[in-house]
Design a protein around this ligand. Structure first.
Ligand code: GDP
Ligand code: IMO
Ligand code: MG
Length: 450
């Protein structure tokens, strides 16, 4: 029985949270396999809006087990505040399990992410500044702190000391620079808000406070810490359906995305094996989630980006403001070159196209069917060379638009012909069936095509 992967097919925010919540009905277990609280997954249920950053999007089903897999980087403060928020909203988190092997985002990772972005200036990646890159870097350097370390004060202290040591120089420089800036701004007066870095430059007092703080997180998280790979095996071997929920998306993948304008993990479907601890043949179905148009938040190439009024119209109609950082997203036409690349890379079996309703009144609609390099070469495939991609322009097919509200459509025949043709064109081009279409943010605002 199936292991089902749900993966973003574009640059994130495709509506993975909503689709996961929906498909979770058929599963017993929902597993996040990568990323951290850079993600923002919004679910609208019975008129109530939930935004999750770390907690798997299946959590609103009280009878499902929700897992934060070993491939996720966990900021324990964010996780605990999400747990508290859910409890306040009356949602049970009793079935939440966190891999003992997942790595932690520590306060210095957040600072280093911010410092790195500031240093890059106009060349910055536009990260979410949540410490994702530095946490994964420490994991690769074998300087990471893991969830299980929260349960052993001695190990925790030794590991934090070791992790902080090579960062002292960078943090000290950052602190001096920050202090100078504050002084220039006239803030170096008594009673001014303390700089969060002031405590970090000296590892001794800071180490003590950091260990204390994290031990207390460990006490609170302990009931949820588990061998989550085994939990997945037991479910799969018992014939249950397990959903592996990706965060971010294919074109933000560290290896296959638009490097360096990517995240620091592998969102693609294949990475579910590593991030959850299962085998490739445990995955029997891959669902790609794409918006009916494209958006991107942060810097990096975006061949179908719209700079004119239509882009603004899509942003406003689609409420394209980030769930995590509140940043306005960049918007553009559907990019079938990128989508076909994502389909193959993830070996998708099915697509869900979300936010079709947003395109109402936008028509005529354009979809990119090829790129052209600045030298004039036709590019049918997503180019691997960064300079070619950065300067490529998209070439479009124009399709008739529609001007009716799709919010109440529930069956294929409720959709206007133009909308069905638009979906048909996408499915034909990428060679994968569209099984589900989103026509609004609410849970029931979907049309099943299959
Ligand atoms: P995720 O990161 O992929 O889970 O997506 P986000 O939650 O960041 O962004 C998707 C946004 O679109 C959320 O605000 C959803 O509530 C909303 N949404 C999802 N599906 C649809 C849809 O079919 N139509 C409309 N109008 N909104 C949708
Ligand atoms: P969900 O799961 C959209 C983008 C950031 C930045 C780049 C690197 O909600 O789809 P990072 O903080 O990961 O080092 O930033 O990746 N990014 C996302 N964009 N949706 C997301 O998540 C994203 N997570 C990271 O904007 O460009
Ligand atoms: Mg999001």
């Amino acid at each position: 029985m199936p292991g089902v992967v749900i993966v973003g097919a574009q640059w994130g925010d495709e509506g993975k949270g909503k689709i996961t919540d929906l498909l979770a009905e058929r599963a017993t277990t929902i597993v996040r396999y990568q990323g951290g609280n850079n993600a923002g997954h919004t679910i609208v249920r019975d008129g109530e809006t939930f935004a999750f950053h770390l907690i798997p999007s299946g959590i609103l089903h009280s009878d499902k087990t929700c897992v934060i897999g070993n491939g996720v980087v966990v900021d324990p403060r964010v996780l605990l505040s999400e747990i508290d928020g859910l409890k306040r909203a009356g949602v049970s988190v009793a079935n939440l399990r966190i891999s003992a092997n997942a790595h932690l985002i520590m306060p210095y990772h957040v600072l280093l992410d911010q410092a790195g972005e500031t240093k890059l200036g106009k060349n910055s990646i536009g990260t979410t500044r949540r410490g994702i890159g530095p946490a994964y870097a420490d994991k690769a350097l074998r300087l990471g702190i893991r969830v299980q370390d929260l349960l052993d004060e001695k190990i925790l202290r030794t590991k934090i000391r070791a992790a902080l040591e090579p960062k002292q120089q960078a943090l000290r420089e950052l602190s001096v620079q920050r202090r100078k800036l504050r002084k220039e701004a006239g803030e170096e007066t008594k009673g001014a808000t303390p700089d969060p870095l002031d405590g970090v430059v000296d590892p001794r007092p800071d180490l003590h406070a950091m260990v204390e703080e994290h031990i207390s997180y460990g006490h609170r998280l302990e009931p949820h810490i588990a061998d989550t790979a085994k939990l997945c095996w037991d479910a799969l071997d018992g014939g249950e359906t397990v959903i592996f929920e990706g965060a971010q998306a294919t074109l933000l993948d560290l290896d296959h995305g638009t490097y360096p304008f990517v995240t620091s993990s592998n969102p693609i479907a294949g990475a579910a094996t590593v991030g959850a601890g299962i085998g490739p043949t445990d995955i029997s179905e891959v669902w790609g989630i794409a918006k009916a148009y494209s958006t991107r938040v942060g810097a990096g190439p975006f061949p179908t980006e719209l700079h004119e009024e239509i882009g603004e119209q899509i942003i406003e109609q689609g409420h394209e403001y980030g769930t995590t950082t509140g940043r306005k997203r960049r918007a553009g036409w559907m990019d079938l070159v990128g989508l076909r690349y994502a389909v193959r890379l993830n070996r998708m079996d099915a697509l869900a196209i979300t936010k079709l309703d947003v395109l109402s009144g936008i028509g005529p609609l354009r979809v990119a069917v090829r790129y052209r390099s600045k030298e004039g070469a036709v590019l049918e495939e997503f180019p691997y060379h960064q300079s070619i991609l950065h300067s490529a322009s998209a070439e479009y097919e124009e399709l008739p638009g529609f001007d009716v509200d799709l919010g109440d459509c529930r069956a294929p025949e409720d959709l206007p012909t133009e909308a069905r043709d638009y979906l048909g064109f996408i499915a034909d081009y990428v060679g994968v069936p569209i099984k589900l279409v989103g026509v609004g943010p609410a849970r029931d605002q979907v049309v099943w095509l299959d």
